[in-house]
Write a protein that binds this ligand. Structure first.
Ligand code: ASP
Length: 589
C-alpha cells in the first residue's frame, strides 16, 4: 500500500512504508554511483535516492532543477552518519521505485534553493519561481493566518463582513485617485476606492451596527518601501460607539492575531497624545522599542552668546537634545558624518558633545559653559562615555530632525530589536495639517472625522488649533493605521467641508449623496483601518511589504510579471471616448 505524503512530512517512524511524493527538483547530486534528488513542495524537502540498478536511474541523470516529478518509493532510515539534523525529514530518505516526470523546467533565471541576494525586479518578473522559495511560502502562510485570525476575531464579536464595490465615486484619503473611464457614459469616470470610508459609514446608516472588511484600497501616490498602489486594509466601523470602544476592539484584535499566529502575549498598548509624541519623540509614530527621549533644553541657554542658539531662542524656536549611548568614543570624522546625516534629514546644523572618559569634546566647545554641559547631561540622562546631539531650529523643524535622528541613533546602537513588538496608540491629533509647500491646510485624517469634545469652537476663529477624535495605532515606528469618531450630523459635515474651502455646489457635487444619507437618522459611529500588508510584514520580520504580497508592483509601480501598465489598441480607447496624448516613448520605466 502506498500513500501520498508531502515532501515535509516523512519521519523516522515512517520507515518501511511506501510513499508517493509530488514536487519539484530542488537539487540533484551524483555521488559515488548513486543519484540524490531533493524533492521540494510547499511543505519541505525529501531526499530521493536512485540506485544505478534501477531502470529510472537513466532518467534521473537528466533531471534538472525545477523539473516536476511524481515519485513512489520506500521510506528508509538514512545510513548512520548521513542524517541531516537541519531538515525535519533529515532522518529518512526514499529509495526510488517509480519515477514519473510530469513536466520539465527551463533553467531558472535565479536559484530557488538558496536564499541568495537576487535582483528584486528579476524576482518580480518570475514571481512564480520566487514564490516557490520557502521564505515566500512561509510569508504568505503567515498572511493567511493573520487575515483568518482577524476574521475570526470580528466574527466572534458579531461583526459582519460587507463587500463594498471597486467602481465608485472618489473617496478622499489624501492621495490621487485611480480612474476607470466609462464606456456607457462618455467622458465620465469611476474612481477606484482609496478606502471604503464612505461606504462603511453608509453601512452604519443602513443599520448594520458592526462592519468589517478585508478591503482592497488603491491610491496613486509616490512609492516607498512600505507602500503599494494597491494594498489591503482591515477596515472596521461600529455604531453607537466611542473612542475607547474602538481602541479596545482594535487592540484586542491585534492581541488575538499575535497570540494565534505568533504565540506572543502582548502587553496593553500605551496611549500617548499627539502633542506628547511630538514633544518626547519628535514624530507622530514613535518607535517605543527604546527610550532616548528628546530633551527640551532652551532654558539652559538663556542669555547665551552662541549666535545659533541665541537667534533660535529669540524667535521662540526649540533647542532639542538627544543622548547617543556610548557615542563618547566616536571620532571627529564620525561626528562629521552624523552632522551630514542630520542635514540630509533637514537639519540646518548639529552641535555634538562627546562626554569622553578623558574629558568633554564638542563642536561648539568655546560656547558651552560647564553648567550648560551639566544641564544637557542631566536633561538627556547621559553619562560619561555617551554623546549628546543638539538641534536648534523652529520648534517643528528641530523636533522633526531630532525625531528622525533618534531613530537613526537607535538603529546604530542596536536598540531596534527586530524581535520586539512595541505597540502604542497616538491620540488627539490636530484636525488640520499644513502642507509645507503650498501652505494649504488639509485634514490630518479625512474630512469625515469629528472634532474632539469642546473643539468646535475653534472651527471659525482658529481652525489650526482644533483637535480631532482621530487615533493611530503604531508599531515599532510604523503607523499601522488610523481611525476616528465620525461626524454624524449633516450640518456639522457641511461646516467641515466649508471650513476646507468648499462651496455649497462643490459639496453637493462631490458629497451630496453622503450628506443626504446623514440626513436620514445617521447613528453616532466611528472606526478604523489597519494596514494588513504592514502588519504581516512586521509579524514576518520583513522590511518591505512586497515580501508579503503575492503579486506586488515594483518600486516604480509596474507589474513586471504581467508587464502592466501597457498601451492598449486605439480602438479600445475610442470605445471609451479617449485619445492618448502620451509621448511616443513610454515614460516611467
Ligand atoms: N478610511 C481610513 C483610512 O483608510 C480609516 C478610517 O478612518 O477608518 O485611513
Amino acid at each position: 500500500m502506498s500513500s501520498r505524503f508531502s515532501c515535509g512530512s516523512l519521519r523516522a517512524s515512517d520507515a518501511g512504508s511506501v510513499a508517493i511524493l509530488n514536487g519539484w527538483v530542488n537539487r540533484r547530486r551524483d555521488h559515488g554511483g548513486l543519484i540524490f534528488v531533493d524533492l521540494r513542495d510547499r511543505d519541505g524537502v525529501t531526499q530521493i535516492v536512485f540506485d544505478p540498478q534501477h531502470p529510472s536511474f537513466k532518467d534521473a541523470e537528466h533531471l534538472r532543477h525545477e523539473d516536476v516529478l511524481r515519485v513512489t518509493g520506500t521510506v528508509r532510515a538514512r545510513p548512520a552518519g548521513t542524517e541531516n539534523p537541519q531538515l525535519p525529514t533529515g532522518q529518512v530518505e526514499v529509495g526510488i521505485e517509480s519515477l514519473e516526470i510530469l513536466n520539465r523546467s527551463q533553467v531558472p533565471p535565479f536559484q530557488i534553493n538558496v536564499d541568495g541576494d537576487v535582483d528584486e525586479n528579476l524576482r518580480l518578473e518570475y514571481r512564480y519561481l520566487d514564490l516557490r522559495r520557502p521564505r515566500m511560502q512561509r510569508n504568505l502562510r503567515v498572511r493567511h493566518k493573520v487575515v483568518k485570525a482577524m476574521r475570526d476575531f470580528f466574527d466572534g464579536r458579531e461583526f459582519i463582513e460587507i463587500e463594498t464595490p471597486m467602481l465608485i465615486k472618489s473617496t478622499p484619503e489624501g492621495a490621487r485617485d485611480y480612474l476607470v473611464p466609462s464606456r456607457l457614459y462618455a467622458g465620465s469616470f469611476y474612481a477606484l476606492p482609496q478606502s471604503p470610508q464612505l461606504l462603511k459609514q453608509i453601512s452604519m446608516i443602513a443599520g448594520f451596527g458592526r462592519y468589517m472588511q478585508i478591503a482592497r484600497c488603491m491610491r496613486d501616490e509616490d512609492q516607498r518601501a512600505d507602500r503599494q498602489p494597491e494594498f489591503t486594509q482591515l477596515d472596521v466601523e461600529l455604531s453607537f460607539t466611542n473612542q475607547d470602544e474602538v481602541l479596545e476592539t482594535m487592540e484586542s484584535c491585534i492581541r488575538h492575531v499575535w497570540k494565534s499566529v505568533l504565540d506572543i502575549d502582548l502587553a496593553p498598548f500605551p496611549r500617548i497624545t499627539h502633542e506628547e509624541a511630538m514633544r518626547r519623540y519628535g514624530i507622530d509614530k514613535p518607535d517605543l522599542r527604546f527610550g532616548l527621549e528628546l530633551a527640551h533644553v532652551a532654558d539652559a541657554f538663556a542669555g547665551t552668546e552662541f549666535v545659533v542658539f541665541k537667534s533660535v531662542i529669540e524667535t521662540g524656536g526649540a533647542i532639542v537634545a538627544l543622548r547617543y549611548p556610548a557615542g563618547g568614543a566616536l571620532s571627529r570624522r564620525d561626528f562629521d558624518a552624523l552632522t551630514e546625516e542630520a542635514k540630509q534629514l533637514g537639519a540646518k546644523g548639529m552641535v555634538w558633545i562627546a562626554l569622553g572618559a578623558d574629558g568633554v569634546k564638542s563642536s561648539a566647545a568655546k560656547f558651552l559653559s560647564d553648567a550648560q554641559i551639566e544641564a544637557l547631561r542631566t536633561a538627556t540622562g547621559s553619562e560619561t562615555g555617551d554623546a549628546i546631539l543638539v538641534f536648534a531650529d523652529a520648534r517643528e523643524a528641530a523636533l522633526g530632525v531630532a525625531g528622525k535622528m533618534r531613530n537613526a541613533v537607535g538603529e546604530k546602537c542596536g536598540l531596534r530589536d527586530p524581535k520586539a513588538f512595541a505597540f502604542c496608540w497616538v491620540l488627539d491629533f490636530p484636525y488640520l495639517e499644513v502642507d509645507p509647500e503650498t501652505g494649504k491646510a488639509f485634514p490630518a485624517h479625512h474630512p469625515f472625522t469629528s472634532p474632539g469634545e469642546g473643539q468646535w469652537k475653534y472651527l471659525l476663529e482658529d481652525p489650526l488649533r482644533m483637535r480631532a477624535q482621530h487615533y493611530d495605532m503604531v508599531l515599532n515606528g510604523y503607523e499601522l493605521g488610523s481611525g476616528s469618531i465620525r461626524i454624524h450630523k449633516p450640518e456639522e459635515q457641511r461646516a467641515i467641508f466649508e471650513m476646507l474651502g468648499m462651496t455649497a455646489e462643490q459639496i453637493d457635487e462631490r458629497f451630496g449623496f453622503f450628506v443626504r444619507a446623514l440626513e436620514y437618522g445617521a447613528p453616532p459611529h466611528g472606526g478604523m483601518a489597519l494596514g494588513v500588508d504592514r502588519i504581516v510584514m512586521l509579524a514576518c520580520g520583513e522590511e518591505n511589504i512586497r515580501e508579503v504580497i503575492a503579486f506586488p508592483k515594483n518600486q516604480a509601480a509596474r507589474d513586471l510579471m504581467m508587464d502592466a501598465p501597457t498601451p492598449v489598441p486605439e480602438q479600445l480607447l475610442r470605445d471609451l471616448y479617449l485619445r492618448s496624448t502620451a509621448p511616443e516613448q513610454p515614460t516611467g520605466r
